[in-house]
Design a protein around this ligand. Sequence first.
Ligand code: ADP
Ligand code: MG
Length: 693
Amino acid sequence: MKNDIYEILKKPVRTLKGVGEARAKLFQRLNIYTVYDLITHFPREYEDRGKLKSIVELVDGEAQAFEGTIAAPVSESRLRRGLSVFKVSVRDESGTITATWFNQHYIKNVFKVGEKYIFYGKVSRKYKSFEIQSPVYEKHDKAEMKNTCRIVPVYPSTASLSQNIIRNCISSALESVLGSLEDILPQWVRNQYYLSEINYALEHIHFPKGEEDFKNARTRLVFEELLLLQLGLLSIKSSFIEVKKGILFRPVSDLQHFLDSLPFKLTNAQRRVLSEIEEDMESDRVMNRLVQGDVGSGKTAVAVLALFKAVKNGFQGTLMVPTEILAEQHFRTVKALLERFDIRVSLLTGSQTKKQKDEILEEIRSGKTDVVIGTHALIEDTVIFDRLGLVITDEQHRFGVRQRAALSKKGDNPDIIVMTATPIPRTLALILYGDLDISVIDELPPGRKPIETYAVDNSMRERVNQFIRTKVSEGRQVYIVCPLVEESEAIEAKSAVETSERIALHDFKDLQVALIHGKMKAKEKEAIMQGFIKGEVHILVSTTVIEVGVNVPNATVMVIENAERFGLAQLHQLRGRVGRGEHQSYCILYNEGNSKVSRERMKVMQKTNDGFVISEKDLELRGPGEFFGTRQHGIPELKIANLYRDLDILKQSQEAAGMILAKDRHLKQDENIKLKEKITERFKDKMNEISFN
Ligand code: ADP
Ligand code: MG
């Protein structure tokens, strides 16, 4: 019996009644291949067709259901060539309504006078005359009514796969499995969190009888999905698999000296976070700490202090960042700060020549260099450290779990700090960093003025240009960010190349305009950034290569073209490039989107400078799928859970995941075997080094 159900779930949808080759192809477009895929294709919403109204009660403009008798044969009238309308008059005791269809010739053969039907659709009512266009209908005496007379599921669909077809296929797939599905959740978990049983849950998520049913079914399925996710993620996080002994760093007396040498005094928040880090470093537990801080809160300084401590303890440290520009910038600042204390700093990026790289690799291997700053190039196998003790990743949201793990494997249980400036909504933080301790730098260095933000449209261009000229004449510098590198005909968005040409040759021909984008050679980029840092360039036209981390305090105006194309978190990051010095800074968002959502997003940007508020809003408005590419994190698409709304269930599932693994770390016990199978299956192509052994 047990095997039977597994076999059935794995069967291709083609084996179902009513599904041929063509339909199977359509289902594939929805990523549905097997019976299991089908029964876990969850409704996107529900229509309440359960309440039957009498015709006279029907309300104008609403989708409603009613029952009636066919009063007269179907009539056909030709409106013009190629357009026929079919009408049928339906009545009940209270009144009459006309149902109409366009060009549906088969309708003539459907309805017979005197038969009873249920109809569902949007009704229009003009005085006493009722009409309903292309309604859903079902014969009253049909043994099983799937499409009317109940709460009806509406599925994510694709053209030419009608709701009726999907619904009928799911219904027949469910028929073949309901009652024999085995629960993958251990009994105690279901008891403890009041979760319904799987057969019930699947039946009622598709065909709920009422609100209560639906809620129970959904909660259970969301819980399962999030639990699998948590278990999957936790199991690849090495820290969870072994409780490792870490390095015991000693306090460093020089640290105060170093602090005094900084050009500023740490903020209270920086000091608090530093002491949290020091405490971790001085314990023999492996540090796994996330440092969250809004753009400009001064995370780099904290990172440098930790690196200092590691090096003075005789270890090497490394700082990995997502872009070359950022790597070079950090390299310059960090080197300037540390060299005075006899600490050797190197830079490693993908675009260095082989000769340069080989030299640096040798210095890393021999231990001649103390601190290595670099990009993804750091993860490569050729990078071998002599005694790596501290691993820091900056702008963590750009890296996956896998990359973080790969870098720390280069040391012997090194301490780990991850830093992020994209404040992550609590739900996502719990998922992505569930195993990390979190420190928050919730204070900006003193004297920062909030950035003034304006959303404008093209009619304001001349005024904005005038404003830019004024600021440049006051000695300030300007960023103009465009969404695309080169102009494309398909998308009408400002391209950086085209914009820089236009403004260099036309709008600002008296000013120094430079262009920077990701497709340029690293050398070129570096030269241009240098020109901007030195103040030789007034206006830097750029793609999002400058999104993270770039620090030029004299730049005070950020203009973003086609702002509607960027996510809020990204806009916030971009805006964070200004407001870094003593001068009042401005952000101008050209919004060419007309939708309500895009207006709302611009409003959020104008109203708040708080990255946390913005990221919550972003997640709410765009959904987690688009909120920074989840694929990077190896998180499979969620089928039913909503990370914005299901925070409570998320917390419970996380707690459960912790308890399950605490009792059975390798998921080997009988009650957990099915969970393990599912996780392996779920994550296999997403995270190949997932391992329980
Ligand atoms: P982020 O957190 O965005 O990475 P940075 O570390 O780049 O921020 O710091 C932003 C700017 O603030 C830098 O110019 C840095 O020198 C400066 N800064 C950092 N900490 C302080 C402080 N305590 N007081 C004044 N300026 C600071
Ligand atoms: Mg930074």
